[in-house]
Design a binder for this molecule. Structure first.
Ligand code: ADP
Ligand code: ZN
Length: 709
């Protein structure tokens, strides 16, 4: 068989995948042919297969250099699950264990060996390597060789000598960090000038980007988001301060979410414990400062939420990039308000950095703010910022899904700017708005601002709309925040043409009037088969615990989803599910077929007790609020019970919610536009938060009940 044919067979049988992604095949061919390669691929793009498959095809063992022990171990566990003879050699092993692996190496019993760079370069290990056949060297996280980045590891520098010592063995360097200086440094330091380059873009199409501006109840919204859109799923919530981390984690815990705090001020032991639970358990939400995340390679993080504005788009993209590494749908949700901008400004100005550095930092902050206030596709803007080009709007960000209305804001902007001018360029947004709205208060009187020309000229907009307008003026650089960090606003040069009326300004409509979103082709609506999903996950957890591995090592979420959608009935059908290779089919096929069979039988089974109790009370004539009070539960919980009843067909939507049929139809259309992933958050937002999350859950339940039947 040709080596290409062999590689494809490995792809299908060992890894259980039907086809290659993007440039995988070319990279694999290149390495099998014995050539060097430099691979730049976004996180989750599928870098591992690029060296794993050639290692299995070429004679000898593939040596993978990797900087993080936890990461190595996960990879090795996953490979072993697929029936590949893999091992890791690092400082966590006992001498006896290390000895065992060395013996396996000498006996030619290993197909892949992961090793830390410092160990690889020791004299004794180099001597060992000379006695065995090496298939290839893979240098993972190759950007660690770069002194530019923050992940620099001096041990990586020594890897340059591999080429001299083993000139015949192909080497592949892989990274997701793709900026030009880093790439050049990798090439030079690892002596890869002759290597073939495989450069993919940075896009992470499975991540949905959303921004919620000026949200007054972000905590509550976060709770709804987790409870209704991602119940029992793993996620990361980033906060700016340690205090906010602790408060948020504690609050979420009180609401029944499995939330854990993580920041640099916690004792080392607590941090390790929380991180470990996040990796090993299902459905842990980590609330953290940005201290969390480096080297975390958990593939099934379903959401990353920022409760505060990140300080740059670089930071934002890196942090959101921790979602959806397994390629399944994931979401990045960012809450921000003007106070964050003021706080971050203060950080910049009060830091010890020199002026040039501060200028760069504050430009980065402005770009971040600009991103938040976009009225066009967020992904296009993000990628453009990193020098990548996306032809069409993405269809998977909040703007694409619910295009905001824009309007001519020139006149209002002139009023807002002139109010800044007439009050002396030293007041913050709240005060300025009070003046515009003609508020009668002590402070305004003290400064005699009730006598200036802009007093009370802003009645056409309300407080929230003026706030939005100021935010956008700042984001677009017409106004600057004072350097002292008090939040005072100052005019910039660029606002002159606007004030003189030589330039018009398009503003995002703050109060998005309800309007039908663009009707895109209605995608298949997945239905909310939560019971089956939970049953599959439960089984996965059992299997994982039996073997002491994280659940995603058994099957990734994407594979579980495929099982749920395709509902195979035989082992042969199971073997066609993406992610089910020969070895896993053998080990787990039956177990999951059993879950499916059991589910089929219990389709008509009664709903669980707590749900039944709520429904019973409802049938007795109590309203949702009353049931919540009687049962000591939150009304959102009761609504979720009602939703289950509706989904099971034992209740009628119209009895539960008091919306008219037209309105319900409208909301369901919005839901269908969301497509396959069923999230309520975007619908909630599109409706201007006017419909309760619980009510939405019921409406969604009715829709899925109808579509399923
Ligand atoms: P990276 O190292 O680039 O971040 P991984 O190698 O971990 O990404 O791959 C990300 C996910 O994509 C994994 O779940 C992997 O199994 C899956 N994957 C990789 N290649 C394919 C493929 N050809 N078909 C389907 N899934 C794939
Ligand atoms: Zn978009």
């Amino acid at each position: 068989m040709s080596s290409q044919g062999q590689a494809r067979k490995v792809l299908e049988q060992i890894f259980g995948y039907a086809s290659y992604r993007a440039s995988q095949q070319e990279i694999i061919d290149c390495l099998i042919a014995g050539q060097d390669a430099l691979v730049l691929m976004p996180t989750g793009g599928g870098k591992s297969l690029c060296y794993q498959i050639p290692s299995l095809i070429r004679p000898g063992v593939g040596i993978v250099v990797s900087p993080l022990i936890a990461l190595m171990q996960d990879q090795v566990l996953a490979l072993q699950q697929q029936g590949v003879a893999a091992a890791a050699l690092n400082s966590s092993l006992t001498p006896a264990e290390a000895q065992h692996i060395k013996r396996q190496l000498l006996n030619g019993e290993l197909q892949l060996l992961y090793v830390a760079p410092e160990r690889l370069m020791t004299d004794s290990f180099q001597a060992l390597l000379r006695q065995i056949q090496v298939a290839l060297f893979a240098i993972d996280e190759a950007h660690c060789v770069s002194q530019w980045g923050h992940d620099f590891r001096p041990e990586y520098i020594q890897l340059s000598t591999l080429h001299e010592t083993f000139p015949q063995i192909p080497r592949v360097a892989l990274t997701a960090t793709a900026d030009e200086p880093t790439r050049r440094e990798i090439m030079q330091r690892l002596d890869l000038e002759q290597a073939k380059h495989f450069i993919s873009g940075f896009d992470r199409p499975n991540i949905r980007y959303r921004v919620a501006a000026d949200s007054s109840n972000s905590r509550q919204q976060l709770l709804h988001f987790i409870e209704l859109d991602y119940p029992g799923q793993a996620g990361i919530v980033y906060c700016l301060s340690r205090r906010k981390v602790e408060e948020t984690a504690a609050w979420l815990q009180r609401q029944g979410i499995k939330a854990l705090a993580y920041h640099a001020g916690l004792p080392q032991q607590v941090r390790a414990e929380n991180q470990n639970r996040f990796l090993r358990e299902e459905g842990v939400v980590i609330v953290a400062t940005i201290a969390f995340g480096m080297g975390i390679d958990k593939p099934d993080v379903r959401f990353v939420v920022h409760l505060n504005l990140p300080k740059s788009l670089e930071a934002y993209y890196q942090e959101t990039g921790r979602a959806g590494r397994d390629g399944a749908p994931a979401e990045a949700l960012l809450f921000y308000n003007l106070q964050d901008v003021i706080t971050l400004r203060q950080f910049v100005d009060q830091s010890d950095a020199d002026e040039a550095h501060k200028r760069i930092e504050s430009q980065k902050l402005e770009r971040m703010l600009g991103y938040c206030e976009l009225t066009s596709c967020r992904r296009q803007a993000l990628l453009a910022y990193f020098g990548d080009h996306l032809e069409e709007p993405c269809g998977n960000c909040d703007i694409c899904l619910h295009p905001p209305k824009t309007r001519d804001g020139t006149e209002a902007a002139q009023k807002a700017l002139s109010c800044v001018h007439h009050t002396g360029q030293r007041f913050g947004v709240n005060y300025l708005i009070d003046v515009l709205l003609g508020k009668d208060n002590e402070r305004i009187r003290r400064f005699s601002h009730h006598q200036i020309s802009t007093f009370g000229i802003g009645a056409e907009l309300n407080q929230k709309q003026w706030r939005g307008l100021y935010r956008q003026l700042i984001a677009q650089g017409f106004l600057a925040l004072d350097r002292e960090g008090h939040g005072g606003l100052q005019l910039t040069e660029s606002c002159r043409p606007l004030l003189r009326g030589e330039k018009t300004l398009l503003l995002r409509e703050e109060s998005k009037a309800e309007k039908k979103g663009k009707t895109r082709g209605k995608r298949h609506y997945g239905g909310t088969n939560t019971r089956l999903w939970e049953a599959l996950r439960e089984r996965r957890m059992e299997l994982a615990q039996e073997q002491g591995v994280p659940p995603y090592v058994i099957f990734h979420d994407a594979t579980l989803m495929a099982i749920m959608e395709q509902q195979p009935r035989t082992m042969e059908q199971m073997s066609h599910i993406s992610g089910v290779g020969v070895h896993k089919l053998d080990a787990y096929g039956k177990a999951f077929l059993e879950v499916l069979a059991a589910h089929e039988q219990t389709q008509e089974a009664p709903v669980t007790d707590t749900v039944a109790e709520s429904i019973e009370l409802f049938h007795q004539g109590f309203g949702v609020e009353e049931i919540a009070r009687r049962r000591g539960l939150k009304s959102s919980t009761i609504y979720s019970h009602m939703a289950k009843g509706i989904e099971q067909g034992s209740m009628v939507l119209q009895d539960v919610v008091s919306l008219d049929a037209e309105r319900i139809q409208y909301i369901q259309d919005l839901m269908l536009e969301q497509g396959a992933d069923n999230r309520l958050g975007p619908v909630f937002e599109a409706l201007e938060e006017s419909v309760d999350y619980g009510v939405l859950a019921c409406i969604r339940a009715e829709l899925s009940q109808r579509l399923d039947s």
